[in-house]
Design a protein around this ligand. Structure first.
Ligand SMILES: [Zn+2]
Length: 407
C-alpha cells in the first residue's frame, strides 16, 4: 500500500462542515492529512496525527483545498476569436458579426478543418493551463463539429486528452449546440442525424449529453426528444437553458431528470423550485455574462433561497468567455451575483463535482479521492480577493503529486 502524509498545512479547507470544524467550509487549522492508495485515510489536527513511517510531504504552511472542478467547458476547438472581440469593442453587434461569417459557425468551420493532432495539441495546452491553476477534474463538450465525423473527432480528442493528462477529464456530447448552417432549412433532418446517427456512435466515448435550449438553437420539445434518446444510451443529461430569455429551462431540466442545468440567467422562481425539488444542480457561468458585456447575471441569491445546489464554472469557449480560471469566475460570482465567498468556493469544488454526478471528490474527508490543490495564500478568501492572480503551489490527483511542486 502506498501511504503519504501531508503535514504543516496552515488551513485545510475540507468543504465538509462536520462538528468541531470552522465555518461552512469546515476548516481545520494546523492540519495534517494521510492518503492510502490514492484515497484520503485520515484528516485532522497535526498534533493528533497518528504515528506514521511512510512518505511525508511538507505543505510549508500553505493552505490545502479540494482540487478544483470545472464542470462546464468547450475546451476542444480550433481558431480564436479575438478579432470579434475587437469588433464588439467598436460597437459591432454579435448578430452582425455572425452574419459576416463570424460567431460560433467560424469556430465550427475551424474545428472541422483542423486535424486531430492540432486539436489535441491546442486543447492539451489549455488542460496544462488549468492544471497550473489547481483544476483536477474537467468536463469538456463536443459541439463544434456538427457532423457525425467531426463530432466523433472531437469526442475522440477528449478521450485522448483523458489518457494523456493526469486531470480526470469527462466528455459530454453536444451535437445539439446550434443547427449547422447547411441544415437551416431542414432542422428536422439534422435532429434525426443527432438522435439516430451521432448518439449511437458517440455514446460509448462520453458520459453525458447536453442540448442548447434557446431561441435560435433548440426548442423544448426537441430537447426532450434528444434527452430521452440519450438516456436510452445510458448518458447523463446536462442542459444549456435560459441564457438570453426565460424559456422555462429550470422546469425542463427537472422534467428530463438532468444532472445539471447551466446559465439560468433569466430563470424564474418556478424553474428554481422545480430544480431544487428534482435535485438538478445549477451551473452558473458568470464569465459568460461578464465577457459578453451587458449580459444579465443569474439570480444566485434567489436560487440558493429556493434550495438549489449552485456550482460555478468557466464555460471556457472561444467566443463568449475564453477564460480558464475557475477562481476568477468565482470572484465574479461574488461581486456580480451576490454569492458569499463561502458559496463561491463550494461552487468550484463540492457543488461542481455534484453537477457531474461525482460525490467522491470536491471535499476532503476519509474515503474521498485525494484530489488536492495547495495555494500559497494566508487563507482561502485571499484566492477570490486577489482576482486573476494564480497562487497555486502544488496539485495532487488521485494521490499522485506532480514533479516540481511541493505536493
Ligand atoms: Zn456552454
Amino acid at each position: 500500500m502506498k501511504q503519504t502524509l501531508i503535514k504543516n498545512i496552515s488551513r485545510l479547507v475540507t468543504m465538509n462542515p462536520a462538528s468541531g470544524r470552522k465555518g461552512p467550509l469546515g476548516v481545520i487549522e494546523r492540519a495534517a492529512l494521510r492518503i492510502d492508495d490514492g484515497l484520503i485515510a485520515w484528516v485532522g489536527s497535526e498534533t493528533e496525527c497518528p504515528k506514521f513511517d511512510g512518505e511525508v510531504l511538507d505543505a510549508h504552511t500553505n493552505i490545502v483545498m479540494p482540487g478544483l472542478v470545472d464542470c462546464h467547458t468547450h475546451l476542444v476547438h480550433a481558431g480564436s476569436r479575438q478579432g470579434e472581440f475587437k469588433l464588439r469593442s467598436e460597437g459591432k453587434s454579435y448578430q452582425g458579426i455572425a452574419a459576416a461569417g463570424g460567431g460560433i459557425m467560424s469556430t465550427v468551420r475551424a474545428t472541422r478543418d483542423a486535424s486531430r493532432e492540432k486539436l489535441l495539441a491546442e486543447a492539451g495546452a489549455r488542460i496544462e493551463n488549468m492544471l497550473s491553476r489547481g483544476v483536477t477534474t474537467v468536463e469538456i463538450k463536443t459541439g463544434y463539429g456538427l457532423t457525425l465525423e467531426d463530432e466523433m473527432k472531437m469526442a475522440e480528442v477528449i478521450g485522448e486528452l483523458a489518457k494523456k493528462y493526469p486531470a480526470d477529464i469527462r466528455g459530454t456530447f453536444l451535437g445539439a449546440h446550434v443547427v449547422p448552417a447547411e441544415y437551416r432549412g431542414n432542422r428536422e433532418e439534422y435532429i434525426r442525424i443527432v438522435m439516430e446517427e451521432m448518439l449511437p456512435a458517440i455514446s460509448g466515448l462520453v458520459s453525458a449529453c447536453d442540448v442548447f435550449v434557446e431561441e435560435g438553437a433548440y426548442t423544448r420539445d426537441e430537447a426532450i426528444a434528444i434527452c430521452t434518446k440519450a438516456k436510452e444510451f445510458g448518458l447523463a443529461i446536462h442542459l444549456h437553458v435560459d441564457q438570453f430569455s426565460d424559456g422555462g429551462g429550470g422546469k425542463l431540466a427537472a422534467e428530463v431528470g438532468a444532472l445539471s442545468a447551466s446559465h439560468l440567467d433569466y430563470s424564474d422562481g418556478v424553474g428554481m423550485r422545480a430544480m431544487a425539488d428534482a435535485g438538478v444542480v445549477a451551473v452558473l457561468l458568470p464569465g459568460a455574462s461578464f465577457f459578453t458585456g451587458g449580459g444579465r447575471y443569474p439570480d444566485a441569491r434567489k436560487m440558493i433561497g429556493c434550495g438549489v445546489t449552485t456550482a460555478i464554472s468557466t464555460d471556457y469557449n472561444p467566443g463568449t468567455t475564453p477564460s480558464l480560471d475557475p477562481l476568477m469566475n468565482a470572484s465574479i460570482a461574488v461581486t456580480q451575483m451576490g454569492m458569499t465567498c463561502d458559496e463561491a468556493l463550494l461552487g468550484i469544488t463540492k457543488n461542481a463535482a455534484l453537477a457531474l454526478g461525482l460525490s467522491d471528490r470536491g471535499t476532503i474527508e476519509v474515503g474521498q479521492r485525494a484530489d488536492l490543490a495547495m495555494f500559497d495564500a494566508p487563507d482561502e478568501y485571499y484566492l477570490l480577493y486577489r482576482y486573476g492572480e494564480n497562487c497555486l503551489a502544488g496539485v495532487m490527483i488521485g494521490g499522485d503529486h506532480r514533479g516540481g511542486g511541493v505536493l
